[in-house]
Write a protein that binds this ligand. Sequence first.
Ligand code: GLY
Ligand code: MN
Ligand code: MN
Length: 455
Amino acid sequence: MTKIPKIEFARRRTELMKQMGAGSIAIVPAAALSYRNSDVGHTYRQASNFQYLTGFPEPEGVAVLIPGRAQGEYVLFCRSRDPQIELWDGARAGQEGGISLYDANVALSIEDIDTQLPELMDGCERVFYGLGAEEAFDARVVGWINAVRARARQGANPPSQILDIAPMLSEMRLIKSPAEVSVMREASKLSAKAHVRAMASVQPGLYEYHLEAELRYAFSAGGARHTAYGSIVGAGANACVLHYVDNDKRIEDGDLVLIDAACELDCYASDITRTFPANGTFTAAQRALYQVVLDAQLAAIAQIKPGNHWNDVHDAAVRSLTTGLVALGLLEGDVDTLIADGTYKEFYMHTTGHWLGLDVHDVGRYKIEGAWRALEPGMVFTVEPGLYIAPDNRSVDPVWRGIGVRIEDVVVVTAEGAEVLTLQVAKEAHEIEALIKRAQTTAGSDRQAQRATAL
Ligand code: GLY
Ligand code: MN
Ligand code: MN
């Protein structure tokens, strides 16, 4: 059971059905099982839209919503109870649990879907479905529509329209309720704690995966069973690889380490990046570049309030970064021109953030009718400017080469402005240095004490 109250799932289904209107049917499948090899499954993660509407955690489920249906608007197809299989794979809710625990009006066996779903579709003009997300399931939906068509002479009325369900659901998911923000606040707090733990563990000579292990420990110990995405731990020039996932290099004295990692709780993601010196002290070049990124991040966050627009945040970051790059001599020329012609993209090639929610790169439009959308309370997104100086960039002084810095926080738009959900992990350069030095000194005296005891 998730921390989102059951009444909220019911409200979401009601709102979706209101938008669909009478004469409609929505079909929303659970995520398919996937296998790592032979019969070893990948960790199961529920499909975000299915999770949003049902909270039902099992695979092999299909939620069907039929607004106005007298015998029940919410029909859930799910696995039947089976003591033999449950002995191996764990408990199932079954149809009884589908109703008593997850509020379905009617629960039917997934085994019967090929006969039951065409009957439910009969008489509905419109099918709302996320066509294109899961090819194998697309074919089944078409098969069910064809099954109704095949009975037209017996009086069946097949649907005449298939509509994408994604636009409606995406806009609903974009605005987070207080309960959703509260879960995301918790996921963020725990992710921040994991970053502090990893930062406090860094030592030259460790490998990147050692810090990944600290993150994983903190996530699991704090109650989060899953990461929100593959953790990125990049030391030295690996920090310049935006989606670095190897995490297998030795951390050298003098390296900066970039960690982009977070957990998910009840399927809601956090997303944090911090960059810090492996030996506890930034070099002058690292610190200068770090400060430019931090100033840009703070300038971007200052733009977040209802009524400002999505691009205001990115534009503020780009202006601040470009101004900083000129001040450091990494770019030459007029700031406006460097921005207008995109010269800064040599060092900053991604956008400043993305919606965050059930997906780490969450759903919801960024532009409406060609214009960047206005920020509204309940929107949650990341602010993550960075600078990446390629290790082989011959056009810059060698002192800058191979430095990568990104700083990323999660922000929720509030009625008054913004709340940063990930503040519990230091980001001022001097705070980071103090944290690492304190930890390294303690670790050093612990090692000395261990040696003394051994003697
Ligand atoms: N961790 C993925 C991202 O920051 O977008
Ligand atoms: Mn991000
Ligand atoms: Mn990230």
